[in-house]
Write a protein that binds this ligand. Structure first.
Ligand code: ADP
Length: 250
């Protein structure tokens, strides 16, 4: 369970990225975070794995105070949280399978990581992860030979190989065409349902958020202005979230 209690995040320049955030997130939820550009969506999800430090309030994951972690304990904690980015972050000049295998590097002794030596078990786990996202047949292709949607699936497989409890996805479909974006959202949904992994997605496309996610968190200028079921998001709610902005809301 992820719990935010009166969480604030002030950047070093004094800007308040998050203000008084209160959230209870249960294991297995599939949540969309929506809001204008600069509203604080990315800041919010990045506090969960400590890519950003909160500056007030309490943030706990499974009753562990995230801000109390450091060194080895922080590294171990981060391993149960997968992160997916808009830009996929793959090593494009190498094979798909080698990209997925990098998920094991943090747990490997230095000589294995230096020489890229993986165990049979690790290789099988990597292939299994590729199978889960439907691209097992691409395992020995170079990553840059794949389409954008397939590359995002490689990133998802790499995260799954890590056996995560939580996946944080920062605009995972923003650079994909509408059809491919839906396919990637289908993958997230399936993974969420079959593996009970908690998924938080920052997403620009409100229509996809409402179609795929069960819960929506609307954020505006660092404050949560809506937190409820996707089915209850109506025009008034959207107005509240996007008020003052120029963005397309549907
Ligand atoms: P979103 O993901 O909703 O587009 P962000 O979480 O990236 O928004 O940013 C929220 C606000 O925090 C923005 O106004 C942004 O300019 C500001 N911000 C982000 N990172 C920093 C930083 N390192 N220093 C100061 N302000 C920042």
């Amino acid at each position: 369970m992820i719990k935010f209690e009166n969480v604030g995040k002030k950047y070093p320049n004094g800007y308040e990225g998050l203000k008084n955030v209160n959230l209870d997130i249960e294991q297995g939820e599939f949540i969309a975070i929506i809001g204008l550009s600069g509203a604080g969506k990315s800041t919010l999800i990045r506090t969960i794995n400590r890519m950003h430090d909160i500056t007030s309030g309490d943030l706990t994951v499974d009753d562990v105070n995230v801000m109390s972690l450091s060194g080895k304990a922080l590294r171990r904690f981060r391993r149960k949280i997968g992160m997916i980015f808009q830009s996929f972050n793959l090593i494009t000049r190498t094979t798909v399978i080698k990209n997925v295998l990098t998920a094991f590097v943090p747990d490997m002794p230095w000589y294995r990581s230096t020489f890229g030596i993986y165990t049979k078990e690790e290789k099988l786990k990597a292939l299994e992860a590729l199978d889960k996202v439907g691209i097992l047949d691409k395992a020995f292709f170079r990553a840059d030979q794949l389409s954008g949607g397939q590359q995002q699936r490689v990133a998802l497989a790499r995260t799954l190989a890590q056996n995560p409890q939580i996946i944080l996805a920062d605009e995972p479909v923003a650079s994909l065409d509408p059809v491919t974006a839906k396919q990637v959202m289908d993958d997230f949904k399936r993974i969420n349902k079959t593996m009970n992994i908690t998924i938080l997605i920052n997403i620009h496309h409100v229509d996809l958020a409402l179609q795929y996610c069960t819960r929506v968190i609307g954020i505006r200028a660092g404050e949560i202005v809506y937190d409820g079921p996707a089915s209850a998001v109506n025009d008034d709610v959207l107005k509240q979230i996007y008020q003052g902005g120029q963005e397309e809301t549907a």
